[in-house]
Ligand binder design. Structure first.
Ligand code: HEC
Ligand code: HEC
Length: 456
């Protein structure tokens, strides 16, 4: 109890410190009336909130106009994704009991809207507009999504969960050529990764789902994946009291398939990769170009420089990786023509000729747009943590990163729709090794995560 109060006061202090006057005014005003997500059925009690707001002194430094904002219980919590305990589940061990769930839901902190920062590296990118606003993140929602992601009870025969094809131990993908669903059924596509999805709107190799929410409910009813129906999944969840309690506390309308999608999407957005050797190297570059004096004179700059230097020391770039970096971003090799941006993926669709020599090739993006130019085009995947997710490409046809680079080296597989960015590269064996070393230098830590611990 004590700890919780302290936490609460810290949150309060933090929100007083940053809430007024700083640039976050635009988003916060309208959202504030929604305040803590506490639907009618909720068990959350917030009386302490009113008592502990130290009205007098805390408000002194605040501007008059900020009064209204400050007088209410703080509504948001600042977190950096990838750090802390967002994915480690409700504290404890073994199956989740109803009592543990009730205690968790009763803590108002778990219902505060999270104001998220991306971790170092990914933070050079921006979360697409609307994504968070349409499905605000809270600890309770992320935790519910975590449970659903690992729960095989969402499949028709209780054997398959999302993690069966996107497992944390397999880099959030899987090491089979194709995803393997209920009864050992296989589709024709390799399981892509489910991390860093917070930076993308369109999902699937062909981008046919326009949000993570829309994507998340697909596999449940896909006959070769989880082989259930949405009605079946909702019925199962309604029979598990621990789930019912959580859905009712997190959403206004309890257990629905849309809310399953929202909770899973919230969870997936919290799965991000941490800083890599590449990130420290890249962010140090402009600072290293500065005069040391300039850095030493500016406290913030100096702190940043020291942080980056320490990171670079802990995660150094090998000489091979440095050479690979130069090739990757060079005009001649130019992997960055498509693998670009915070997640090293342009979110666009390209034809590399993968699988295009088959009798009936998978036409990828064409099935979504019907446009000739999209034949055989697939969405550019991320290079971050790619070393953990062999085999590669939409059809899982390339087994190693070396094989992938050799595919580019030969200029792809000829076909009428081949991207004009594909050309023969004349890479030496050393170049190939260097590019692979660079890709491995793009790996960062995954956040700690609880795999089991589901409602009884
Ligand atoms: C049987 C294996 C399997 C299961 C189970 C499965 N997936 Fe997938 N997932 C795949 C495959 C294969 C694709 C790519 C399909 C495509 O592009 O047509 C995919 C695509 C995705 C994507 C898109 C990633 C991107 O880069 O566009 C996300 C996100 C995802 N799955 C999350 C989930 C979630 C959440 C669940 C559980 C509700 C789930 N998957 C269940 C195999 C699976
Ligand atoms: C024209 C855009 C483009 C260029 C240039 C490009 N890529 Fe790709 N990359 C893609 C696309 C699109 C895919 C997925 C293609 C598919 O599955 O059909 C891909 C797939 C990959 C994969 C497999 C990832 C996975 O999860 O399966 C790796 C690794 C990769 N590229 C590395 C590189 C390297 C290294 C270079 C430079 C030598 C490069 N790419 C140049 C667009 C590009």
């Amino acid at each position: 109890m004590h700890l919780r109060m302290t936490q609460f006061l810290m949150v309060l202090a933090a929100s007083l410190a940053v809430g007024c006057g700083s640039g976050d005014g635009d988003g916060s005003t309208p959202e504030n009336d929604a305040s803590i997500e506490t639907p009618d059925s909720t068990v959350v009690e917030t009386p302490e909130g009113d008592e502990t707001v130290p009205e007098g002194d805390a408000m002194e430094p605040a501007a008059e106009e900020a009064k209204e904002e400050v007088a209410t219980v703080p509504t948001s919590l600042e977190v950096t994704l990838g750090e802390g305990d967002l994915l480690t589940g409700i504290p404890g061990t073994g199956p989740l009991s109803d009592e543990e769930i009730e205690k968790w839901l009763a803590d108002p902190v778990n219902h505060m809207e999270l104001e998220v920062q991306l971790p170092m590296g990914l933070n050079v990118g921006k979360i697409p507009a609307g994504v968070i606003e349409e499905n605000p993140l809270t600890k309770a929602k992320i935790e519910l999504g975590r449970q659903l992601y690992f729960d095989t009870r969402l499949s028709s025969d209780n054997t398959i969960s999302c993690a069966s094809c996107h497992h944390p131990d397999k880099g959030y993908a899987f090491d089979t050529q194709f995803g393997v669903g209920v009864g050992g059924q296989e589709g024709g596509r390799n399981s892509p990764v489910s991390y860093n999805r917070i930076l993308s709107k369109e999902q699937f190799w062909d981008g046919r789902a326009d949000s993570l929410e829309a994507q998340a409910v697909g596999p449940i009813a896909n006959p070769i994946e989880m082989a259930n129906t949405h009605e079946g999944a909702v019925k199962t969840l309604k029979e598990i009291p621990g789930y019912v309690k959580q859905f009712e506390a997190v959403f206004d309308d309890g257990v629905t398939i849309d809310n399953v999608g929202k909770a899973i999407a919230a969870f997936e957005r919290a799965i991000v990769t941490g800083p890599s050797a590449f990130d420290y190297y890249e962010q140090l570059k402009p600072l290293k170009a500065l005069d040391e004096e300039i850095i030493n004179e500016d406290e913030d700059l100096k702190a940043k420089y020291d942080m980056l230097m320490a990171g670079a020391k802990a995660k150094p770039m090998s000489e091979s990786a440095e050479r690979g970096y130069k090739l990757f971003f060079s005009e001649k090799v130019n992997c960055a023509a498509c693998h670009v941006g915070a997640n090293l993926a342009d979110e666009k669709y390209h034809n590399l000729g993968i699988g295009m020599d088959a009798d009936e090739p998978d036409l990828g993006r064409f099935a979504v747009t019907g446009e000739e130019k999209d034949k055989g085009a697939f969405k550019t995947p991320t290079i971050r943590n790619v070393e953990y997710t062999a085999p590669y490409m939409h059809d899982g046809s390339l087994k190693t990163l070396e094989e992938v680079v050799q595919h580019y080296n030969k200029g792809g597989t000829p076909n009428p729709w081949l991207s004009d960015k594909m050309k023969k590269l004349d890479l030496s064996d050393q170049d190939v090794a260097d590019l692979v070393a660079f890709m491995k230098a793009c790996s960062g830590d995954f956040p700690p995560i609880e795999h089991a611990r589901l409602p009884e």
